[in-house]
Design a protein around this ligand. Structure first.
Ligand SMILES: *Cc1c(COP(=O)(O)O)cnc(C)c1O
Ligand code: SF4
Length: 347
């Protein structure tokens, strides 16, 4: 076993292990874990300051997960949009390929809650089917490796996947979505980075949700990836009681830039069963976006996006900075001043 695998094996997977660390009644959570698995790495556990805080809420099971029966397990119709198992082809020129069904930490708000930690990892057979599909579709120029967490695969499995993709002449870029820089930073080894850099152009999008997730260890992990020439982006999820606050979000985005990670998306929660207690209103999200633009580096502003039900795609949202008044546009500055702009008439 590698060091990171040993660390992963030392994770907390049962609620009663928490009662030795915190004064909480974890007995009722056993029911939750039967339905939705739990795993918290020692690294991530160490970020909890007290029960119920922003880190705790993201990783410790909650009875509310079982009370939410209103929403669908797969509102984005990902299973419907799968031409071969594990491949989601929703947009014309790019696909998502689920190359893992496990994660270092099982986030309680996960949009793929229905499948993470539950089914076996996609084996070599389905890998070949996915590669064959991508190879047979010349319009696919971008593959997003997702899961679960792609980087929980061992280096040689990942290398096989990336090498297989690089044999496809029409494929231009590969992206990897991973949360291990946050949850298991030890996974980002020098060996992994040496392997990854053979497959450029390669992009990595990581997933930080709170300023306290940015630690010396996660900063080191991101520095290693960036030093391997991999542009780093971040996809956060807007989460009630975690980061639904303009000051918290601004600090998160600023700290991301300081560890060479460029904010990419801020996702509105999907309507996934078992996650309703994390949802905020769209207005809250717009207010948070307002708190970024103009108030701090423009590079710290991600796209705030809603992923439409039924797999209709992501739609970006902006606060109302502009309205029309006859032949003029009225713009609102980040400070709230209204400035008139005379548009050209092309009719
Ligand atoms: C989010 C997503 C993508 C990638 O979208 P970008 O806006 O290009 O980052 C591709 N396919 C699916 C199914 C997605 O959900
Ligand atoms: S790391 Fe991503 S895929 Fe895994 S549980 Fe968290 S949100 Fe879901």
């Amino acid at each position: 076993m590698n060091r990171w695998q040993k660390l992963l094996a030392g994770s907390v997977v049962a609620p009663d292990e928490l009662s030795s660390l915190f004064t909480v009644d974890t007995e009722p959570l056993v029911q939750v874990v039967k339905r939705y698995p739990m795993r918290i790495t020692r690294h991530y556990l160490g970020l909890i300051e007290k029960p119920g805080d922003a880190i705790w809420r993201q990783c410790v099971p909650d009875l509310l997960e079982l009370e939410d029966e209103s929403q669908a397990e797969d509102p984005l119709d990902e299973e419907q949009l799968s031409p071969v198992p594990g491949l989601i082809h929703r947009y014309p020129d790019r696909v998502v390929w689920l190359v893992s069904s496990v994660c270092a930490v099982y986030c309680r708000f996960c949009m793929r809650k229905r499948r993470v930690g539950c089914t076996g990892i996609a084996g070599p057979g389905t890998r070949q089917a996915a590669l064959a599909y991508i190879g047979a579709h010349p319009e696919i120029r971008d593959v997003v490796l997702s899961g679960g967490d792609p980087l929980l695969n061992e280096d040689d499995v990942l290398e096989e996947i990336l090498a297989g993709l690089r044999l496809i002449p029409h494929l231009e870029i590969v992206r990897i979505g991973t949360r291990v820089p946050v949850t298991l930073p030890e996974r980002i080894t020098a060996g992994l980075c040496r392997m990854l850099k053979k497959f450029h152009p390669l992009y990595i999008n990581t997933h930080f949700n709170h300023p306290r997730e940015i630690t010396a260890a996660s900063a080191r992990a991101c520095a290693r990836l960036a030093d391997a020439g991999i542009p780093l982006g971040n996809q956060s999820v807007l989460l009630k009681g975690v980061n639904d606050d303009p000051q918290v979000m601004k600090r998160l985005m600023q700290l991301l830039l300081s560890i060479r990670v460029r904010p990419y998306y801020l996702h509105q929660m999907d309507l996934v069963k078992g996650t309703a207690h994390f949802r905020t209103s769209i207005n809250r999200g717009l207010e948070i976006m307002e708190g970024l633009r103009g108030h701090t580096s423009g590079m710290a502003s991600p796209y705030y996006a809603v992923d439409l039900a039924g797999g209709k795609g992501k739609v970006p949202l902006l606060p109302g900075y502009v309205r029309r008044e006859d032949d003029a546009l009225l713009f609102r500055s980040y400070r709230g001043e209204v400035v008139r702009y005379r548009d050209v008439d092309e009719s």
